[in-house]
Design a protein around this ligand. Structure first.
Ligand code: PMP
Length: 496
């Protein structure tokens, strides 16, 4: 329902909403008034195909999930200090999908809270404080999570939030664009090379007589630009961390609940067992519910610290009813299976398109988690950031919502609701070919500096965080760099 015109809504938003909160498509934001399945509708009832919303996992406003929330809300909503069947049913249901030892659940309201709690659990269990995280990682917006989120941490320019000494950043195991590349090293050596970076940190800490608390990684990295780890990477890393007495945390906030297609949890694709798993986003299909799942031992170390854990909303009966309903739908509608088949089909189609367009450097994906790395030159792999922004803007004009990400904002990312169909894929591919042809024919490049559809627009609506990556650091051709995207000025746009 629309209460104000789009202009008035924007005006009120600019007046009253926190200035650090950004909008998708800032210069021509979308006003979405309703959504269903994989479609979002604007105030004029235009339907947009949503290729990026991995929160509305089973489809926007799924009636079964909505009904479950409504029914429970009518009956009772209170905190978890009272006994309630929904709480234990959900804990049982979640743990039944996980390896045996992961049998203890703490419910939270967001992925950030889950990250914070996971760090606390690791510190209490190991009595360590040294934390290892991947470059370009994002694990949440609270201070403890930001500390381990190079994706965001480097963007703070006033010196207030800086890199803590107990945080150790290791290269992101991106075999296409990371420190070690598949063009320079044999592919079967990649896991070893990247895992050795973690070992080097651990060895250094040992020498300094410092105790590792934890290693944290998404099981495939979203904000880094849809990075799929080389086979065996997590196995090697987990061994090094465990041998040093540390804890391994799998952040499944974005990539859990069947998104990878072949497995329910993405860490399973790497054949490892984490000590702690954090989950959120898709868990409530848009309703705020998240959790930390761990072993009895780790949970007991936390309890024995003497501090009670209480979270006013975490694990309330409504959130649990909703999360249970989401799990029902994933199962009944065979959405994990759909992610596998539709995702494979999508990657195959994109690889066909790649043959026609040298701008596509790499296509990668697992299930419905797919990235296209756009390059100016396939040899040098120089990122085609402006072109990626152009693609996103043009696709929006074609009523398809995509986003860009990665340290250079040149990765087109796709992580749609899990009910996405092959017909949807065909439409996206058809429009993508059209837009790439336009770029090819008009020889659009990042030096062009003008407008799309008469409006200047910034396109790097980076994921959920929706910010650019000022001061972001990383590795290119084995060289460490600091990316300088300067807000508006990095919005190099192109002539149509
Ligand atoms: N971990 C990952 C991998 C995420 O992508 C996010 C959110 N983008 C979080 C944690 C934090 O979750 P939330 O926004 O629910 O606090």
């Amino acid at each position: 329902m629309e209460r104000f015109s789009k202009e008035i809504t924007l005006e009120k938003r600019n007046k009253h909403i926190g200035d650090a909160c950004t909008l998708f498509f800032k210069h021509d934001p979308l006003k979405i008034t309703k959504a269903s399945k994989q479609y979002m509708y604007d105030e004029k009832d235009n339907a947009y195909l949503d290729c990026i919303n991995n929160v509305c996992h089973v489809g926007h406003c799924h009636p079964y999930v909505v009904e479950a929330g409504y029914e429970q809300m009518k009956t009772l909503n209170t905190n978890s200090r009272f006994l309630h069947d929904n709480l234990v049913m959900l804990a049982e249901r979640l743990t039944s999908t996980l390896p045996e030892g992961l049998n203890t659940v703490y419910f939270t309201n967001s992925g950030s809270e889950a990250t914070d709690l996971a760090i606390r659990l690791a510190n209490h269990h190991t009595h360590g404080s040294e934390q290892i995280t991947l470059d370009h990682a994002y694990h949440g917006h609270v201070i403890s999570a930001l500390d381990i989120s190079p994706y965001k941490l480097g963007t703070c320019t006033d010196g207030i939030h800086t890199h803590s000494e107990n945080i150790h950043i290791v290269p992101c195991p991106d075999i296409y664009r990371g420190k070690y590349r598949d063009c320079d090293y044999p592919e079967d050596n990649m896991a070893h090379l990247y895992a050795n970076e973690v070992k080097a940190v651990i060895d250094k800490l040992k020498k300094e007589k410092k105790q590792v608390s934890m290693f944290i990684a998404e099981s495939m990295q979203s904000c880094a630009g849809q990075v799929i780890f080389p086979e065996g990477y997590l196995q090697k890393v987990y061994k090094y961390v465990h041998d040093a007495g540390g804890i391994c945390i799998a952040d499944e906030v974005q990539v859990g609940f069947g998104r990878a297609g072949s497995h329910f949890w993405t860490f399973q694709t790497q054949d490892v067992i984490p000590d702690i798993v954090t989950i959120g986003k898709p868990m409530g299909n848009g309703h705020p519910v998240a959790a930390v799942i761990t072993t009895k031992d780790i949970s007991m170390s936390f309890k024995n610290s003497g501090m009670e854990y209480f979270n006013t909303y975490g694990g309330n009966p409504v959130s649990c009813a909703i999360a249970l309903a989401v799990m029902d739908v994933i199962e009944e509608e065979k959405l994990q299976e759909n992610a596998l088949t539709t995702g494979k089909y999508w990657v195959a189609q994109l690889n066909e398109i790649k043959k026609q367009f040298p701008i596509i450097g790499d296509v990668r994906g697992l299930g419905l988690f797919i990235g296209i790395d756009l390059v100016k030159d396939r040899e040098t792999r120089e990122p085609a950031s402006a072109e990626a922004k152009h693609v996103i803007a043009r696709m929006k004009e074609e009523f398809i919502i995509l986003s860009t990400d990665g340290p250079h904002c040149n990765i087109i990312k796709m992580k749609p609701p899990m009910c996405f169909t092959k017909e949807n894929v065909d439409l996206v591919c058809q429009k993508l070919v059209m837009v790439l042809k336009e770029i090819q024919d008009k020889n659009i490049n990042s030096n062009a500096n003008s407008v799309i559809s008469g409006k200047k627009e910034r396109h790097s609506d980076s994921d959920d965080s929706g910010v650019s990556v000022n001061g972001h650091h990383g590795f290119v051709n084995g060289q460490e760099y600091v990316a300088v995207h300067t807000g508006e000025s990095d919005s190099v746009t192109v002539v149509k």
